[in-house]
Design a protein around this ligand. Structure first.
Ligand SMILES: Cc1cc2nc3c(=O)[nH]c(=O)nc-3n(C[C@H](O)[C@H](O)[C@H](O)COP(=O)(O)OP(=O)(O)OC[C@H]3O[C@@H](n4cnc5c(N)ncnc54)[C@H](O)[C@@H]3O)c2cc1C
Length: 466
């Protein structure tokens, strides 16, 4: 997919803010001003902390929070990770790119399935297997979130973070730039003492908001809202013989029936499949789209038993504000999910880690107070690394998810080996791969051909059904 617009995106590392709503441009201007003032400052001379390390609260223990807490603790920062539900099972397809396995050193036993065949299925049920160009060691990982998140939190604890089972409620912020501490309020759940939780307070030097799409930390700093999709998913336990088909295969269904602006999916897990869909534009029809997704896959999941039904918002773009003073948002709390693919796990973990690295560096391994400039370095690094990926997927969604004929063209294009290679390379390794100019030209011609053919087909179908 990314190949189509790779030429457009290659070399473009302009600010990620460009992707956002117009209302965010003032933050862009402020960021530029701050960047300049940082460059003018000769060297950082934030106060040295005497007799204690920097203390940071990470709110939320999903991939963003787990990754942030581990890096902070390893970097000499006193770290408290507050997660409201330690056995949380985040509603999620659980697809992760290969590079995440390596970059986060994930053990293979937490990966349920290695998908090497991704079946794209068009509105008229034409299907194309993507994956022919994969190398023997390449795959898309499928995880259950209850397993991945618990693993990352455990690693944070092993690195020295204190993991608290608690619900973050609110915080008192000190005057901006004062260097005084934040006071956070939370309910700590300790079943031995009280089933409803015990009210607690804690003073910290900085806060990392990793508390997902409905982030309370974001509200506390007036981060602003984002447009969101609603995603619905059913976990379906299917007979073992049927599971065989999905052992290394996932399916993506496109069409007005399954979603007007997204796709329906069947993703394999250890002993069941996750069947789901999402939409931004027609949220109240989500159950109808889910029924259509189930119907499209019915021959393959027949006899299955629904073992869990789940739904959750997916952010559509970054929030207008992601950093304020010594508070930073990461992962879904910040709004880092790609359009078109709806991918957010990797970006959550990466943003958590990048934010933590900026804190460790800015605080000289927990020995100095940090300031907003330190946190802004994380934003700059993240935006620079991923802006092209977000932009390309944004464009692709606009071009190929707008009508059934465009979706037919999209699936037809996916049969091309060059498209498959570029798509997988971009997804698995999280970079917008610069293409081969000759192949890009051929692809452009084929793309136009596919779009023209599918429009002609739609016109003929309209005549027949008129
Ligand atoms: C149905 C669906 C399918 C998806 N499929 C995929 C996919 O296949 N691949 C992919 O990459 N992405 C997928 N996504 C997106 C992905 O799930 C998110 O981008 C990712 O979970 C973001 O991670 P996070 O750590 O930022 O937030 P979350 O995973 O939402 O974690 C936030 C954590 O904070 C905790 N928390 C929240 N509020 C508080 C509070 N007040 N106090 C304490 N703790 C709190 C929560 O319990 C949770 O553990 C999907 C999303 C949905 C909804």
């Amino acid at each position: 997919m990314a190949a189509i617009s790779s030429a457009m995106a290659a070399g473009q590392n302009s600010d990620f803010l460009g992707l956002r709503l117009a209302s965010t441009s003032s933050e862009a201007r402020n960021a530029n001003r701050r960047r300049l003032s940082l460059q003018i400052r000769a060297s950082k001379s934030s106060p040295r902390l005497s007799g204690r390390p920097l203390r940071v609260a990470v709110i939320g223990g999903g991939p963003a929070g787990g990754a942030a807490a581990e890096t902070l603790a390893k970097g000499g920062v006193e770290t408290v990770l507050i997660e409201r539900k330690l056995d949380n099972s985040k509603p999620c397809g659980g697809a992760i790119p290969l590079c995440m396995v390596g970059e986060f050193d994930l053990p293979l036993d937490i990966i349920d399935r290695k998908v090497t065949k991704m079946k794209m299925i068009s509105p008229s049920n034409v299907s194309v297997d993507i994956g022919r160009t994969l190398k023997p060691h390449e795959y898309i990982g499928m995880v259950r979130r209850e397993v991945l998140d618990a693993y990352l939190r455990e690693r944070a604890a092993e690195a020295g973070a204190t993991v608290v089972n608690g619900l973050f409620l609110k915080m008192d912020s000190p005057p901006a730039g004062s260097g005084e501490r934040y006071k956070i309020y939370y309910n700590e759940y300790n079943s031995k003492k009280s089933a409803t939780g015990e009210k607690k307070e804690m003073e910290v030097d900085a806060v990392v908001g990793a508390d997902g799409a409905n982030s309370r930390v974001a509200k506390e700093i007036g981060a602003g809202d984002y447009e969101y999709a609603i995603a619905f998913q059913e976990r379906v336990k299917i007979p073992e013989a049927k599971m065989e088909y999905y052992k290394d295969r996932a399916e993506m269904y496109v069409g007005d029936d399954v979603s007007p602006d997204f796709y329906g999916w069947v993703f394999p897990k250890c002993d069941h499949v996750a069947v789901g869909t999402g939409t931004v534009t027609h949220k109240s029809d989500i159950k109808r789209f889910q029924a259509a997704t189930r119907l499209r896959a019915c021959d393959k999941i027949a006899g299955g038993k629904i073992i869990r039904v789940e739904a959750h918002p997916i952010p559509e773009h970054p929030r207008p504000r992601r950093v304020l003073d010594r508070v930073a948002l990461v992962g879904d709390a910040a709004g880092y999910v790609t359009k078109c693919s709806g991918e957010g796990i990797y970006f959550a973990a990466k943003s958590g880690r990048m934010c933590a690295e900026a804190i460790v560096e800015g605080s000289a391994k927990g020995t100095r107070m940090i300031d907003e400039g330190d946190l802004r370095k994380y934003l700059e690094k993240f935006d620079k690394a991923y802006w092209p990926t977000y932009k390309v997927l944004d464009v692709l969604q606009k071009v190929f998810y707008r009508s059934n004929s465009a979706r037919e063209a999209f699936v037809e294009m996916c049969a091309d080996d060059y498209v498959q290679k570029m798509t997988f390379d971009s997804y698995l390794y999280k970079r917008v791969v610069p293409g081969n100019p000759l192949d890009d030209l051929k692809l452009a011609i084929n793309t136009i051909g596919s779009l023209v053919r599918s429009s002609a087909l739609r016109r003929e179908m309209a005549k027949i059904t008129a």
